[in-house]
Design a protein around this ligand. Sequence first.
Ligand code: PRE
Length: 432
Amino acid sequence: MHTLASPSSTYYLNRIRPSLNRFGPTQTRGVVTVKCGYGFDYANFTQGYGVGSSRADWQSSCAILASKVISQQDNGHNNSGNGNENNHVSAVNGHNASVTDLQLVPVSNNKSIQPKPLTITDLSPAPMHGSQLRVAYQGVPGAYSEAAAGKAYPNSEAMPCDQFEVAFQSVELWIADRAVLPVENSLGGSIHRNYDLLLRHKLHIVGEVQLPVHHCLLALPGIRKEYLTRVISHPQALAQCENTLTKLGLNVAREAVDDTAGAAEYIATNNLRDTAAIASARAAELYGLNILADEIQDDPNNVTRFVMLAREPIIPRTDRPFKTSIVFAHDKGTSVLFKVLSAFAFRNISLTKIESRPHRSRPIRVVDDESEGTAKHFEYMFYIDFEASMAEVRAQNALAEVQEFTSFLRVLGSYPMDMTPWNSPSTSHRGD
Ligand SMILES: O=C(O)C(=O)C[C@]1(C(=O)O)C=C[C@@H](O)C=C1
């Protein structure tokens, strides 16, 4: 039998978001609250990457970040994924582009890619051996992102954030050293909003982690499946378990919340007897819930890929498998895509991922044709991951060619591939 964790150490800064807003059928992000506490007994939180002694510092830092995010939103510069309507940019990368508005990094003027003095950390084999690093993640303890932080940096201090935006800013403001960001799942697909955030911020990808995700159905002790009227979780987790929930006879309402462990915490804190959460076994333990069913993901090999972000890039190497992530656009639309892909194919460089996102600053391109009429083309940003290190000449040549075809190109990072077997103990997040 689990004991219900004490909710007494939860601190809401700036504005308290009514719980219905957070857990209503649609997520309300208009009011942003940074929550810098946890609804559980954190003194008993013993994992190596748990909360450290500088909790008070972290809370005051969160307060600063919260007011910053809120004031940005109040000023109409909403970073929550709604785009910035004030940007009128016809091209990027020095071609009539207002790079400041777009917050893109121009290839030619980018001071952050100029050589910098090496520090001892540049020489460490990041990202596998983090030590005393502070790693920001979105969610509360028990979230899969926290486990990903622990896998990437086993001795680090995991720092929970209510929003991805705050996790990014905490690294930019030197409050955290790394941020961990889920980007895609083998069942649920890409986490689109996070691709947009990668572009909006100037952090570098310095590593990746592929985390096997084993979902459980959690409810208060004594609650049976038949009592349930809704299941709440992160939208990705709901998508990953959709078929299994139906097979379990749970044709009840699904509601999206900010993170899986937050759903478990919410049920425990509010003593909800008609609601179950999809979350990890560790979340069940932390928040005193029972596991009604485990392994409820629709495929046993359910894996989420996370990237690790830092202020500085790591030095790419060739002594182990590396992956490189780029994003590009062209001011004449998708016509360059074939040329870009052939730059990699020609050099035998495998692509592992391609994603397109709306070009939020210039989503539509209008082409007038006197005889035919007006064509309205959607514009995209293309994200590509390829299997090569930027230290390899073939990768440098491929990118030089890509740069010729594109009006905007940014290397998001060149970093070691996660080659750990899925069944290795450090990858298990099930607490067994
Ligand atoms: O909610 C969590 O626990 C998270 O870490 C987020 C997240 C996601 O964004 O996809 C991470 C892994 C799982 O795929 C489900 C949810």
